[in-house]
Every structure is written in structure tokens, then in C-alpha cells.
Design a protein around this ligand. Structure first.
Ligand SMILES: NC(=O)c1ccc[n+]([C@@H]2O[C@H](COP(=O)([O-])OP(=O)(O)OC[C@H]3O[C@@H](n4cnc5c(N)ncnc54)[C@H](OP(=O)(O)O)[C@@H]3O)[C@@H](O)[C@H]2O)c1
Length: 295
């Protein structure tokens, strides 16, 4: 049986549909409320649990399970910290996996995960990876770049901004490089792992077939939306000031100061990262946008 933590999120929902179509036996972890309802509507078996509350994980796994751990946060809010979710949450899930003696543990980390990173997100992803590696269970770790598709949080926010704003603001110069990967390509990588977990017992950086500047990604998205609104660079200092000012008045901009800083930092891997390990060439960003936005 495949057990998914984080099945109600963007990546998890696509994975659930993909595996459902293949008729695979699935069990999903969900916190109470909306996530649970969403998964039940998709016909999944749901067990209640929260990875930050180890007592809720007792007995959720069985010895023949493959665990796919996608649960994570991109922003600290409502009391959920990177440390609690990524580090302690992963520790608790690994502890339950050890108790049950599961077959294989998949962990979704992130490209750029680094124990010495200034970014709490990337630092705790690296710490979680270490917990998985030390867990004594056969594992696979993915470190994906931005995963895009209907409807990841990054693209959704950009689309709202492009539609609402008379010009398209680009924080800083927008020259940092990214390597977006289409969700369908991520799914095909995941499928290979599930077909033969033992052949993928390692850590894999995953990215699309292009290194693109942030401003190029935004331009391609605007083109897919059929708008020729101009890109306007906003000095990073001004953007950070706005985030600070807004938060002082208890208002939230769609980005945090840390996310702005991440937009200034290259986040890429080898251009052939997917073809080398998974044997196919992922689609270009423009083609992905064409498929899920323009068509
Ligand atoms: N999307 C990307 O571009 C990207 C790139 C690299 C890595 N990743 C990683 O891939 C994973 C999935 O990303 P995503 O875009 O699908 O994120 P997402 O849409 O925000 O989904 C996150 C999932 O984690 C669950 N979750 C969060 N805290 C939890 C907790 N304490 N206990 C149990 N479940 C919890 C959420 O459940 P609720 O529905 O209950 O909130 C949701 O199902 C994350 O680990 C993310 O860091 C994503």
C-alpha cells in the first residue's frame, strides 16, 4: 500500500489522481477539516494525523507500506514553523516508519537544501533529509526546483498579480536563475521510483530542461495569459520595505521577506538532471504553460 503525507497539497493532489487512475491502493494522512474532506471526495482512504503531533501518527503505517512524505510548508504561519514541520515532523514520521518496518521512504526535499543556508526553509529541508538518511530505511529523496502546474502556489500568485496590476512588478533585476519542472514530469519521475524503489535509493536533484531568469519566467507566463503588460523592476530595498510596512499594520503581501530573498538567488541544477536518471526529457516551461494556461 502507498501511504501519502501531504496528499491534499498541490503536488499531493496530482499524485493522488495519477495513482488513483492506475488503480493503486492508497492511504493518506490528513489533518481535520478541508483537507480530509477533499481526500475523501477523491475516494482515498484517509487516516487522521498531523506530523507535528507524534501521538497522532501511532499505528498509521504497516510493514508493507511505501511512504511518500510530501508534507511541508513554504512559509511559517499560524504557529507552524519550519523546524516543527520539516525537522520534527519528519523525525516523527520516520519513527513511526521504523516501528512499522515499512518497505521504502520517499522524501520531498527542495533544490538548494543546505544545512548552512540563511533560509529557514532550505536549512530545515536539509536537516529533514539527514533524518531520512539516518533512519535505516531504504529511501529516495527528491530535491525539485519550482514545480509548476494547475495550480501551484507560485504560478497562482503570479497570475493574480499579472491580471490585477497595470504593469508587472519584478523584484530587483529578476536575473536569478530557476529551472521549473512541470508537475507531469515530476509524476513520471515518481512513477519510476514506485516501479522500482530499490533502483532509486539515492538523492536526486530535479529540474526542467531550461535555466530561466525569474523575469523570463514571468514574461512567458504573461505571454501565455495573452497580455503584453510591461515588466517593471522594483528595487529590492523598496520591496522589502513594503513587506515590513505591511506586516507592521498586520497586513500580508503575497510574499515574505525570505521569499523575496530567495528570488535573488539562483536555484538550478544540471540541465540533464531528469534525463540522466529517469530517461526522458522534461517539457519546456512555455509548452507546460501552453497546456494548462493557454489551452
Ligand atoms: N511546489 C513546489 O514548487 C515545490 C518545489 C520543491 C519542493 N516542494 C516540496 O514539495 C512538498 C509539496 O509541495 P506543495 O507545493 O504540494 O505544497 P502545498 O500545496 O503547500 O501542500 C503541503 C501539504 O503538506 C501538508 N501539511 C503541512 N503541514 C502538515 C502537518 N503538520 N501535518 C500533516 N500534513 C501537513 C498540507 O496539508 P493541509 O492541506 O492540511 O494544509 C498539504 O497537504 C513540500 O514539502 C514542498 O516543500 C515543493
Amino acid at each position: 500500500m502507498i501511504f501519502i503525507a501531504g496528499a491534499s497539497g498541490f503536488v499531493g493532489s496530482h499524485l493522488l489522481d495519477f495513482l488513483n487512475e492506475k488503480g493503486m491502493a492508497l492511504r493518506c494522512l490528513a489533518r481535520a477539516g478541508k483537507a480530509r474532506e477533499k481526500l475523501l471526495r477523491k475516494g482515498a482512504e484517509v487516516v487522521a494525523g498531523d506530523i507535528t503531533r507524534p501521538e497522532t501518527l501511532k499505528g498509521v503505517l504497516n510493514s508493507d507500506d511505501i511512504v511518500i512524505h510530501l508534507a511541508g510548508i513554504i512559509e511559517e504561519k499560524s504557529g507552524a514553523t519550519f523546524q516543527a514541520v520539516h525537522v520534527e515532523g519528519t523525525r516523527s514520521l520516520i519513527a513511526e516508519a521504523q516501528r512499522a518496518g515499512i518497505r521504502h521512504f520517499f522524501y520531498q526535499s527542495a533544490l538548494g537544501a543546505d544545512k548552512n543556508s540563511w533560509s529557514g526553509y532550505l536549512r530545515t529541508k536539509a536537516e529533514a533529509e539527514e533524518i531520512v538518511k539516518q533512519g535505516g530505511i531504504p529511501f529516495t529523496i527528491f530535491r525539485p526546483s519550482l514545480i509548476i502546474g494547475p495550480w501551484d502556489g507560485f504560478t497562482r500568485k503570479l497570475v493574480d498579480m499579472i491580471r490585477l496590476s497595470p504593469v508587472i512588478p519584478i523584484p530587483g533585476e529578476g536575473n536569478a536563475l530557476f529551472q521549473p519542472l512541470y508537475i507531469k514530469d515530476w509524476l513520471w519521475c515518481m512513477e519510476k521510483v514506485l516501479e522500482s524503489p530499490g533502483s532509486f535509493a539515492s538523492t536526486y536533484e530535479l529540474g526542467g530542461p531550461e535555466h530561466l531568469k525569474y523575469r523570463e519566467i514571468v514574461r512567458k507566463l504573461a505571454d501565455a495569459l495573452g497580455t503584453d503588460k510591461p515588466l517593471v523592476t522594483i528595487p529590492m530595498g523598496l520591496m522589502k520595505l513594503s513587506v515590513g510596512l505591511f506586516s507592521k499594520f498586520m497586513l500580508r503581501l503575497p510574499v515574505t521577506a525570505d521569499q523575496l530573498r530567495l528570488l535573488q538567488q539562483d536555484n538550478i541544477c544540471d540541465i540533464d538532471s531528469v534525463s540522466r536518471h529517469f530517461g526522458f526529457t522534461p517539457v519546456k516551461l512555455q509548452d507546460a504553460y501552453q497546456e494548462f494556461i493557454s489551452s
